[in-house]
Design a protein around this ligand. Structure first.
Ligand code: WQD
Length: 345
């Protein structure tokens, strides 16, 4: 019988898609989320997709006593996937202490509770942001690329949390961990029942593209066309959120496998770089929708180009991104159309 997995932040964008794939793989799931940046209706959506309703506890991971009670209530939890965190780069610059408290205390609580409740493994949601701007000869970026000083408190919490996990395991904690460094997760579930639902004006590219296409936003601004890239716009590794979710299932299988190392790190990306301009042009091609967009000055803090070398995840996890950019962008557009049909956006 597959074990029970605790998914913190499980009503969020990546957490909800990962819960679906965990259930598809036969795991039972307990979602913990404080709903500060998501909606409990996502639990209904997950049930609609898989036919199985995950357990849901509205709890803040920073509340040690409440989290202790969750582990006592579900004694068969054997692994954790920790998504719950504040994740807006710009907001973290304005409110650093909120980010340090929320993102670090929540992780420390989980690490302290794991041995007490005999929880064996944790998957930590990290980010390619730890690499900053890799040197040109370090692209595509591998897991042993240098970690650069963080460009934002958000990025710093990812680096600090990686170190906290490393130090905890080095101290002899009876746990194992896998750090997954995501690149740019995009798209929505093929059923369009769950997807990305940013609060307010989207910071990330794809929701801004789909909201512009829907007429919610007047015009998309492409930040910078004077970068040292083929078309002058930034390059990123855009990965379909369902492929990313499946990487978590593979990582959970490995971290619960007694033979794997105590701490492992994997880049989770497609291995292909794609420019902002290519995203816009591909979106217009697959959807047939003409986007109102223009070039604008560079956005402060943006790095020029980064994409993954996913070979280690391909070989060790037996995982590979499978979905084309075209299908991924189409899923994002179908989700935006669904939000309009349901009067949500
Ligand atoms: C992508 C590209 C922009 C909006 C951030 C975090 C990262 C992760 C993903 C959480 C950039 C350009 C964007 C727009 C634009 N977050 N862009 N016009 O900045 O690569 O990564 O989100 O884990 O940690 O740093 O993603 O989607 O904001 O931007 O031209 O209106 O699109 O300049 O080149 P980013 P993004």
């Amino acid at each position: 019988m597959k074990q029970t997995i605790l998914v913190t932040g499980g009503t969020g964008f990546i957490g909800s898609h990962t819960t679906v794939e965990l259930q598809n793989a036969g795991y039972k799931v307990v979602i913990v989320d404080n709903l500060s940046n998501s909606d409990a209706k996502v639990v209904d959506g997950i049930e609609k997709i898989t036919g199985v309703r995950p357990a849901f506890e509205q709890v803040d991971c920073c509340d040690f006593a409440a989290m202790d009670r969750v582990f006592s209530k579900y004694p068969d939890i054997s692994g954790i996937i920790h998504f719950a965190a504040s994740k807006a780069v710009g907001e973290s610059v304005e409110k650093p202490l909120l980010y340090y408290r929320n993102n670090i205390v929540s992780l420390v609580n989980l690490l302290e509770l794991m041995p007490k409740h005999d929880v064996k493994g944790i998957i930590f949601s990290s980010s390619c942001t730890v690499y900053g701007q890799p040197a040109p000869d370090n692209l595509p970026v591998t897991e042993d690329a240098p970690i650069k000083p963080a460009e934002s408190p958000y990025g710093n919490t990812k680096q600090i949390n990686e170190e906290i996990i490393r130090d905890d395991i080095h101290s002899g904690a009876p746990i194992k961990a896998i750090l997954l460094r995501y690149f740019n997760p995009i798209g929505s579930h093929p059923t369009a029942i769950i997807g990305e639902l940013p609060n307010g004006v989207p910071m990330n590219l794809i929701p801004y593209v789909t909201q512009t296409a829907m007429g919610i936003r007047e015009q998309l601004k492409v930040f910078g066309n004077d970068y040292n890239t083929p078309d002058g716009t930034c390059i990123r590794d855009y990965i379909y959120v369902v492929d990313l979710a499946k990487a978590h299932v593979k990582a959970m299988e490995r971290v619960l496998d007694t033979d794997s190392e105590a701490l492992e790190v994997f880049n989770i990306g497609t291995g292909h770089g794609c420019s902002t301009k290519e995203i816009v042009e591909t979106f217009e091609k697959v959807t047939g929708v003409k986007l109102n967009w223009t070039f604008a000055p560079r956005r402060e803090g943006d790095i020029e180009k980064v994409w993954a070398d996913p070979e280690k995840a391909n070989k060790v996890l037996g995982w590979k991104a499978e979905t084309s950019l075209e299908d991924t962008l189409m899923s994002a557009w179908r989700w935006q159309q669904k939000l309009r049909e349901e009067g949500i956006q």
